[in-house]
Design a protein around this ligand. Structure first.
Ligand code: MN3
Length: 223
């Protein structure tokens, strides 16, 4: 049975661990679908190699620590108590899944009235929010992520985190439920943008799926 636990089955692009509830998510679009933001080669390598490696390493570590059955949120809530591989690879698994979900070839434009109202309430305007988010993305020294999250009071806030940390983890300063994510590791943009992280960050808005972000906003407010 021990061997079975680490055997993964490839079914239609989705990897299912034999004894795990953790699944490698299917991409909701083709590798070239977001080219207005990110090129096909980067997208393919990012998803099939980087994200997949985080997933495989996380599942292996989670299996050894018998974390199966636990929700990612619960794991992150006490991530400081686990070996650092859970923080790095669990974060890498979860963060990329969220990142893929909040982008769409049909994305861009403005949030729906409900989310727009919340953004205006907490940031002043959509433009101010976008500037703050871009500053967080550009200002993250080295590798990391920029986030839009919902805090315990239901307010929106922008933050950034190093490496594969995220706002759900008990190791970050400002905690909340992330509803929008932007990967600013060089592996996410270097082939096309080289050192121009600012251009990559600016193009992100062309693919943001605001319907999905609002769905996550509503779910976060129910918790
Ligand atoms: Mn990445």
């Amino acid at each position: 049975m021990k061997t079975l636990a680490i055997i993964t089955l490839l079914i239609g692009g989705i990897t299912i661990n034999a004894q795990s509830q953790f699944t490698f998510p299917e991409l909701g679009y083709s590798y070239d679908a977001l080219e207005v933001f990110v090129d096909k080669t980067t997208m393919e390598i990012h998803y099939t190699r980087h994200h997949k490696a985080y997933f495989n390493n996380f599942v292996k570590a989670a299996d050894e620590l018998k974390l199966n059955g636990m929700a990612m949120e619960a794991i992150f809530n006490q991530v400081s108590q686990y070996p650092v591989t859970i923080r790095n690879n669990g974060g890498g698994y979860f963060n990329h899944k969220l990142f893929w979900e909040v982008m769409s070839p049909a994305g861009g434009g403005n949030p729906s009235p409900k989310l727009m109202k919340a953004i205006k309430k907490d940031f002043g305007s959509f433009e101010i929010f976008k500037n703050e988010f871009e500053d967080a993305a550009k200002g993250q020294f080295g590798s990391g992520w920029a986030w839009l999250s919902v805090d315990k009071q239901g307010n929106l806030f922008v933050s950034n985190t190093p490496n594969q940390d995220n706002p759900l983890m008990d190791v970050v300063e400002k905690r909340g439920i992330p509803i929008l994510a932007l990967d600013v590791w060089e592996h996410a943009y270097y082939l096309h943008y080289q050192n121009k992280r600012g251009d990559y960050v600016g193009n992100f808005w062309k693919v943001v799926d605001w319907k999905e972000v609002e769905k996550k906003y509503n779910e976060a407010n129910k918790k």
